[in-house]
Ligand binder design. Sequence first.
Ligand SMILES: [Zn+2]
Length: 519
Amino acid sequence: MSCTCLRPSWLEGLMLSLSENHGASAPSFAAGNQKDSLSGFSPQPANRKVAKTSGKTLIKNGFLYAADINNTVIENAWILVEGDRIQAIGNMADPLPEAEHHVDASGKLLLPGFVNPHWHESFVAPNHEKPDDSDLVPTAYSNGGNIEALGSMFGFISTVGQKLTLNEGIAIARWSMWTQLRSGTTALGDVGSANTADAMATAAIDLGMRLRVSRWGSDIMIPNGASKYKTIANTQAQTDDWVELLERWHNHESGLIGGMPSVMGAFGSSDEQLMALREIASRYDAPYATHLAPLKNEREAVRGVFGLTPVQRFDRFGLLTDKLVAVHTAYASEEEYARLIETGVNICHAPAHYGMLGETTMSETGQLGRFLRDGVWVSSSTDGDITFTGGMCEAMRGAHLGHNEAQNCNTACPPTLALKTGSLFGAKALGWLDRIGSLEAGKQADIVMVDIDDYRYQLGNHPLRTYLVTGSSHDVDSVMVAGDWLVRDKKSTRFDEQALFADYQQAVESARARIGRPS
Ligand SMILES: [Zn+2]
């Protein structure tokens, strides 16, 4: 069953707004010329050099959750940071190490930087939402999913990034990523965006955060009830973009950026595109991503055209590996479920987003919760939207409450496991497990401090639970990435937030005026 009346949701709104001018093209990116071409937008990070701290920093008196394999929790902890690394972690009862800088984390949680492996930069899209819900009709994700509508939207959006100028792309990406960094996300995985890899990687480096860049891969669509697909984009052009972004950004010297080619899903890619994805990911030894078996109606639609289910298609092309990030994987058969576990695919979900769009990804099959209960490292993510609809705090809350409810058991996803879905497991999915994802000596110093000094925490023994259940992205006080403080006292150490937003507004105004508005 699927609904044909569609509310302009984020993707739909974007398609609507851009559909008037398919031909608009952006000036091409000149390698090595990013900074020079930024005229018109605010430009350089204001205090870039000031943020770097030399010498050792001792963060002390915090309530630490390490999110490591051993589930280490230290009620009154210290962390010693030197350069970009965590040198040691200890209890305040133990002797304190020497340090040049001291940071008091009293009344704060100390958590690893949150990792969000599935995100789409989409802030160029206009927002037509009515505040009284008077425009509300089911989205294309509702009622099992309208595969035709989604396919044509995804194909169209695969072209949007190329219609932005580099300046616009950077300004939009900076604001978009700032909302994630401000919320404690230190590493993002782009699973295809309405922006370009060049703009997003540049913005991430400016902000100081980690990013695996991608490009939106989608070259076909499947009309409802059809036995043949329709080609809607140039496969070779999208393949060339993957190669170009990997050449430029994979294992980038900044230490912050890598590549992650992605396709939208089994219903949006030709065989040629899936083969190209496998070949390129393997050539560059890069993680790669897709939405895999995310909607009930997708299974029959894909089988009707290819004679294989979504999971079988990926298996056929050798794409089920431990380098694959598979998102929303709720509709696999028993056999496919076993195959996904056997091949070590990284399962990822966006538990706080399903309710917004009317998807039933967690509760209908219970498969995502079952993966967790079977010990699979299911990561949490925010997915993408056209406005800030939550960071990793909200995603981890969705995992904790959603799986416990759907599995009818309070041990399905306890708070410490929910935290790992938003840190350790995401780090593995992005191929950065050796570097980030937990607070451990030897790892990079990606640290989040959260305010817990208020009425909500007075009667509890479990501040992580209280944070996940009653807290929000806004409670994040400070964020460190690789030893650099990027957020202190809820403010960027590199940018003025208002200036970032003004740049964003200027960029979307010029972009939308050029590429068309909804009729
Ligand atoms: Zn997604």
